[in-house]
Structures are given as structure tokens and as C-alpha cells.
Ligand binder design. Structure first.
Ligand SMILES: CCCCCCCCCCCCCCCC(=O)SCCNC(=O)CCNC(=O)[C@H](O)C(C)(C)COP(=O)(O)OP(=O)(O)OC[C@H]1O[C@@H](n2cnc3c(N)ncnc32)[C@H](O)[C@@H]1OP(=O)(O)O
Ligand SMILES: Cc1cc2nc3c(=O)[nH]c(=O)nc-3n(C[C@H](O)[C@H](O)[C@H](O)COP(=O)(O)OP(=O)(O)OC[C@H]3O[C@@H](n4cnc5c(N)ncnc54)[C@H](O)[C@@H]3O)c2cc1C
Length: 585
């Protein structure tokens, strides 16, 4: 029954997300709920999940502190086991330990999952999740020992009350530590099941979940707004003497927007791939098999970083492609940008996550080189690499095997290069951590190349498996080609390296890329409309379905509060100045 309820809740949240243009509150309450489902015992789930699902309690996920967001081993909030009372003492020892950023905390949450360092008889057992009530269910006032509030204005997410939380020796029962995988027994013994890092597991689900609705949905809306606007907006003479052209007829406008449209499709197809793999590994973990957890973490960490980074950049490309009106809040584009931008930071700062993936890739490369079999997503690391791209003319770059080989070659080369540099630095006398840091720029690039290869491969595999109408199939293939070739062109240096792709072959890539822009120009509106966001969900004067852009801009501008208020500056400051000019004119 619990699985069905979880699925229904997930569908309901997804639907709300879509209908309410993503600005729903209590996202972190969802994170709180999911965390209990993942790390709680059956008894803890039975007690707390129904309360959370019915919003009888509102939860937050309080992990980040003023002094630490990334380095979880450095978190300073403590949870000390008191055997005499069978309780934990939750404490904020100093200001840098104050919880800072948790969403829904500032003005809403009644409970918090506080991530704290567990101490038993003076020994630190690392970060664990503790369920702490922070506000009264009677009158919502902070409970004794609790100082809580909102952290103040942010760049976006105005609808979320990110908060601060100071805990002064709050006592909670032994049963309030989520204990599916780690448990404190009444006599103070500590029992651990599975991975050392299993308490980091719930972050993986958030990374998988956020990519879909929060990130890809945002890029999709930006593309829909910008592409629709680009077939309504006419500007400048295209053909001398003829009517002004639709801006999407300019090759440069196509070069801005159509790769973003292809990226939407690529990331759209990536989501089920990640969720399926998450569900597979989650199922294994539930039965006590933790072997795939490192691969799942590495895959989802790198993908969260790459998808958020490229989606954020893509929304900005769409915004700027709309000229001045793209700078108006009425376009909906600035809000989409500040909304998605945060995703590069929360749930794991992107650089840190890329380096987590790099750590895993370097480990796997060493395993492969010592003859061990490798997990599916990194099996290519030990394959023999073709020395050169086999393309003979531009049409060869429409063969998926040609560009997939290029992405595989590049990822392998970068990972092997970074790994051997770390090794060489260690052999030269550097400590492992120094060698790692001295190579981390290249390690990050290798991690990105790996993620790009996976994404292109998933796009190719998905399109090949789709048994869709032939017309749709050819459009999806064109989008897949454009996506891959756009990434080759925008990362050309790393493909030209050691002459894998020649300059002449790169020219072929550009030629076929431009051909694809022209072909996809005709289908752009249909391909973006397929995502079926309503005008209400787009919330944009530029992207409405009826294309009445100017009327809507004027209508919405007139409704601005500024146009309905007395102009106090005039009465107080300008009127005397203007009146003094009257006698002179
Ligand atoms: C449904 C409809 C739509 C809903 C839409 C919902 C979304 C709605 C969005 C809005 C909601 C905003 C919500 C924001 C919420 C926050 O932002 S919550 C706070 C997020 N914070 C973070 O992500 C912290 C990032 N930092 C970290 O994870 C850790 O500090 C680091 C970077 C992994 C380093 O940890 P460390 O303990 O120093 O570990 P390290 O020595 O690096 O060793 C790494 C080992 O740990 C393992 N490991 C590391 N992380 C993990 C992990 N997560 N799992 C498993 N193993 C792991 C590695 O595999 C590696 O294993 P080995 O190689 O040793 O075998
Ligand atoms: C909108 C929003 C919502 C949030 N919601 C929540 C929430 O609900 N709950 C919660 O607990 N937290 C939340 N957070 C906090 C968020 O998880 C952290 O901000 C995030 O994990 C980054 O940590 P940090 O802020 O300490 O950045 P830092 O890690 O201090 O990053 C600063 C710089 O240091 C670099 N850096 C740090 N460590 C390394 C390293 N090991 N190697 C290389 N470079 C490094 C980073 O790359 C970055 O460039 C939220 C944040 C935002 C912006």
C-alpha cells in the first residue's frame, strides 16, 4: 500500500509542479517526506509519513549550516546520545553551526529533519538524520530552545521561506533518529547496515527528481516562449525591399534557439533513464545489496551538475534571443532564469558534484586497468579507442555511430589523461590530496565529457527504440544529430585534440549542423508546442499561444501597480521644478 501511496503522492506533486508553473510551496516538505521514506524504519514511516502526506505537520530538511553546505563531514550541529534518559541532545554549539538555507523553515515548518553529527560516549559516528519538532502544533510558536526565522531576500525563490534554525540542547527520544540503516541501541551500541554514506542517499533522489520538473521543465518553457516569439516578432529587412523578416528566419537566431530545443529533448529523454536506474538500485538497497550505490551516486551527481548548468545557460540564451522584451518581467524569462540558476547550487554545488563523478571514474579506470569488470555506465573506459574519426563526408556525421565514437573517445582520453596526471604527480612526490587538487580542473572536464557521452548515447538509444510515426521519427533524429553536433562544435578543441577529428572534418560538422538548422526551422514551433504548457503555466506575454504579443505586453503593463498609484515624487519634487519653468516658456 505504501508504494502506491508514494507513487500517488509523486504524481500529485508532479502535477502540481506542472500546473502551478513550479512555484508551489513546500518543495522541501517533499524532500523531508521522501527522506523519511528512504531512511526511516517501517515504524517511523508508519508514524510520520501519513502526518506529512496530510500536511498535519510541515517538514524541512535542515542539513546546510552557515559554515558548511558542501562539506558534510564538517557539519557542526551535534546529536549526543544520553543513555540515562534514552534521548538525543540536539545542539547548535556556535553560530557557524546554525542551520541556514533550509526551505519551508523560515515561517512554515513544524518539524525538521536535522542532519547532525552523532556522538555516543564521546565518539563521533558522522552525519545522521534526527526528527525534531521546532514549532508548536497548537499556535505555531517556536518551541523552547528553538530560534527560527527567515534568512531574508534572495535572488529568486521569493515564494520559499528559506530559514535559519538555532537549537539549544533540544531533547528528542531515541526513536527520532531515522534508523533503517544505522541504529543506536538503548545500551549505546551503534549498528550500521550497508554503505558508510547511506545517510547521504536521500540527496540522490532529490537530484533525480529535480532534474525533471524543476530544471528541464524550466528550459522547456523558456524555449517555448522564445521560439513562439521568434515566429511572431518581425525585425529588419531580410530581402531588400521585402517585408521585415520573422527573426527565426535569421540563421543566427536558429543557431541560438534550436540547439536549446534539441537540449530539451535530450534532457527530457535522460530523466526516465536516471529514474529507472535510481529505482533499480533503490530496490537492490532495500534488499541489502549496496554494490551499485557508488555508480548511482556518480551518475546522478554528474548529471545534476551538467543538466542544471546547461539548462541555466540555455534559459539565458532564450531570454537574450528575445531582445528588449526578454528583459521585461512580463516575458516570464527573467523569473525562469533566477529560478533555475539556484539549481546549480542547491542539492550539491555543481563543481563539487562533478568532482564526485570524477572520483568514481578514476577509481573505475584503475579497476578496469587491473582487469576487473566495470559497471555498465563506465564499461567503455577500457575499450580500445579508434585513433581517428572515420567520417569521409558531411553526411557521415548523420550516422550516430560516428559521433558516438567521438564522444566516447573524448571522454576516455580526458579521464585517462587526468588519472595518469594524478598518478604521475603522486609518483613525483606529491601527497594524493595535493595531486588530486592540482588536477581538479582537468578532472572536472573529464567528468563533464563522461556525462555528455552518456546523454548523447541515451538520446540515440531512445530515438532508435521509439516506434513512432516516421515523420516524428525523422524530426527526433534531426534533433539528436543537432544536439550532438552542437556539443562537438562548442567543445571543438577537445575533439580536435591528438587529431581525432581533423579541421576538415570539423568543417563538415559545421556544414551538416547548418543544414539541420534549416530543416528544423520549419518544425520548431510544432516540436516545442508538443510539450503542451498552457498560457497560464508559461506566464509570459511573449509566449502565449495566440501570438498576440504586443496587445498582451500593453495590457499587462497597464495593470502594473505603478500605473495606478499617485506619483508622490511629482507632487514633492518635480512639480515645483516644472512650475518654475512655466514663466520662462
Ligand atoms: C516530484 C516532482 C518534482 C519535485 C521536485 C523536487 C525537487 C525540489 C527542488 C527544490 C528543493 C530544493 C532542495 C535543496 C535541498 C538542499 O540543498 S539539501 C543540501 C544539499 N547538500 C549537498 O548536496 C551536500 C553536498 N556534499 C556532499 O554530498 C558531501 O559533502 C560530499 C561532497 C559527497 C563529500 O562527502 P564526504 O563524506 O567528504 O565523502 P568523500 O570523502 O568525498 O567520499 C565520497 C564517498 O562517499 C560516497 N558518496 C558521496 N555522496 C554520496 C551519496 N549522496 N550517496 C551515496 N554515496 C555517496 C561516494 O560514492 C564516495 O564513495 P567511495 O569513493 O569512498 O567508495
Ligand atoms: C535556493 C536554495 C535552496 C536551498 N535549500 C536547502 C535546503 O532545503 N536544505 C539544506 O540543507 N540546504 C539548502 N540549500 C543549501 C545548499 O544545499 C548549499 O548552498 C549547497 O550545498 C552549497 O554549499 P555551500 O553554500 O556551502 O557552498 P560552498 O561549498 O561554500 O561553495 C562555495 C565555492 O566553494 C567551492 N568548493 C567547495 N568545496 C569544494 C571542494 N571540495 N572542491 C572544490 N571546490 C569546492 C564550490 O565549488 C563553490 O565554488 C539551499 C541553497 C539554495 C541556494
Amino acid at each position: 500500500m505504501n508504494a502506491v501511496l508514494k507513487l500517488l503522492h509523486h504524481i500529485q506533486v508532479h502535477f502540481n509542479f506542472r500546473v502551478l508553473a513550479g512555484d508551489i510551496g513546500f518543495n522541501v516538505h517533499t524532500v523531508f517526506l521522501n527522506c523519511i521514506n528512504e531512511l526511516g524504519t517501517d515504524e517511523q514511516i508508519a508514524k510520520w509519513v501519513p502526518l506529512a502526506q496530510n500536511y498535519n505537520i510541515i517538514g524541512t530538511y535542515a542539513q546546510t549550516e552557515l559554515g558548511h553546505g558542501t562539506y558534510l563531514r564538517g557539519l557542526e550541529t551535534t546529536a549526543t546520545f544520553d543513555m540515562s534518559t534514552q534521548e538525543f541532545l540536539i545542539n547548535t554549539p556556535k553560530i557557524s553551526a546554525m542551520k541556514w538555507w533550509p526551505g519551508d523553515l523560515g515561517r512554515s515548518a513544524t518539524h525538521a529533519l536535522v542532519l547532525a553529527q552523532l556522538y555516543i560516549k564521546g565518539k563521533n559516528y558522522g552525519m545522521h538524520p534526527f526528527l525534531v519538532q521546532i514549532r508548536s502544533l497548537h499556535d505555531h510558536s517556536p518551541l523552547p530552545g528553538i530560534t527560527v526565522g527567515d534568512i531574508g531576500p534572495k535572488m529568486g525563490f521569493a515564494h520559499v521561506d528559506n530559514g535559519y534554525l538555532f537549537l539549544r540542547n533540544i531533547r528528542i527520544p531515541l526513536q527520532n533518529m531515522l534508523s533503517r540503516y544505522s541504529q543506536v541501541l538503548p545500551d549505546g551500541r551503534y549498528v550500521k547496515r550497508g554503505s558508510e554514506k547511506i545517510n547521504y542517499f536521500s540527496m540522490i533522489l532529490v537530484r533525480v527528481n529535480m532534474i525533471g520538473e524543476v530544471v528541464v521543465g524550466t528550459l522547456t518553457k523558456a524555449c517555448m516562449i522564445a521560439i513562439r516569439y521568434s515566429v511572431v516578432r518581425r525585425q529588419s529587412e531580410f530581402k531588400p525591399g521585402a517585408a521585415e523578416a520573422k527573426i527565426l528566419d535569421y540563421q543566427t537566431q536558429q543557431g541560438k534557439l534550436l540547439p536549446q530545443l534539441a537540449t530539451v529533448y535530450a534532457f527530457h529523454f535522460l530523466c526516465p533513464y536516471l529514474l529507472d536506474y535510481y529505482n533499480l538500485v533503490h530496490h537492490e538497497i532495500k534488499s541489502g545489496n549496496f554494490k551499485s550505490l557508488p555508480e548511482l551516486h556518480a551518475l546522478t551527481a554528474g548529471m545534476k551538475a551538467l543538466v542544471t548548468e546547461y539548462s541555466t545557460a540555455g534559459v539565458e540564451v532564450c531570454r537574450r534571443a528575445c531582445g528588449g522584451h526578454g528583459y521585461s518581467m512580463l516575458s516570464g524569462l527573467p523569473s525562469l532564469y533566477s529560478y533555475v540558476l539556484a539549481a546549480c547550487t542547491y542539492e550539491g554545488e555543481n563543481t563539487v558534484l562533478y568532482l564526485q563523478t570524477a572520483r568514481y571514474l578514476v577509481k573505475c579506470l584503475a579497476m578496469g586497468q587491473s582487469g576487473q569488470s566495470l559497471p555498465q555506465s563506465v564499461a567503455y573506459l577500457t575499450s580500445a579507442l579508434s585513433r581517428r574519426c572515420q567520417a569521409r563526408d558531411k553526411s557521415d556525421f548523420l550516422k550516430t555511430e560516428i559521433y558516438l565514437d567521438a564522444f566516447e573517445h573524448r571522454a576516455c582520453r580526458l579521464i585517462r589523461g587526468a588519472a595518469s596526471k594524478v598518478q604521475a604527480l603522486v609518483h613525483s612526490g606529491l601527497e594524493q590530496y595535493e595531486a588530486w587538487n592540482s588536477t581538479s580542473v582537468e578532472l572536472l572536464e573529464a567528468s563533464m565529457a563522461h556525462c555528455q557521452y552518456i546523454i548523447v548515447k541515451v538520446f540515440v538509444d531512445t530515438v532508435e527504440k521509439l516506434n513512432s510515426d516516421p515523420g516524428i521519427h525523422i524530426s527526433l533524429k534531426r534533433l539528436c544529430h543537432l544536439f550532438a553536433l552542437h556539443w562537438i562544435r562548442t567543445n571543438a578543441g577537445s575533439f580536435l585534440h591528438n587529431e581525432y577529428i581533423s579541421g576538415n572534418q570539423l568543417d563538415m560538422v559545421t556544414e551538416i549542423y547548418l543544414d539541420l538548422l534549416l530543416l528544423l526551422r520549419k518544425e520548431a514551433v510544432v516540436l516545442v508546442d508538443a510539450f503542451d504548457y498552457t498560457d497560464e503555466q508559461l506566464n509570459s506575454a511573449l509566449g502565449s499561444y495566440d501570438g498576440q504579443v504586443y496587445q498582451r505586453l500593453f495590457e499587462w503593463a497597464q495593470k502594473a501597480p505603478e500605473n495606478h498609484q499617485v506619483n508622490s515624487a511629482y507632487e514633492k519634487h518635480m512639480k515645483p521644478l516644472f512650475h518654475s519653468a512655466l514663466s520662462k516658456l
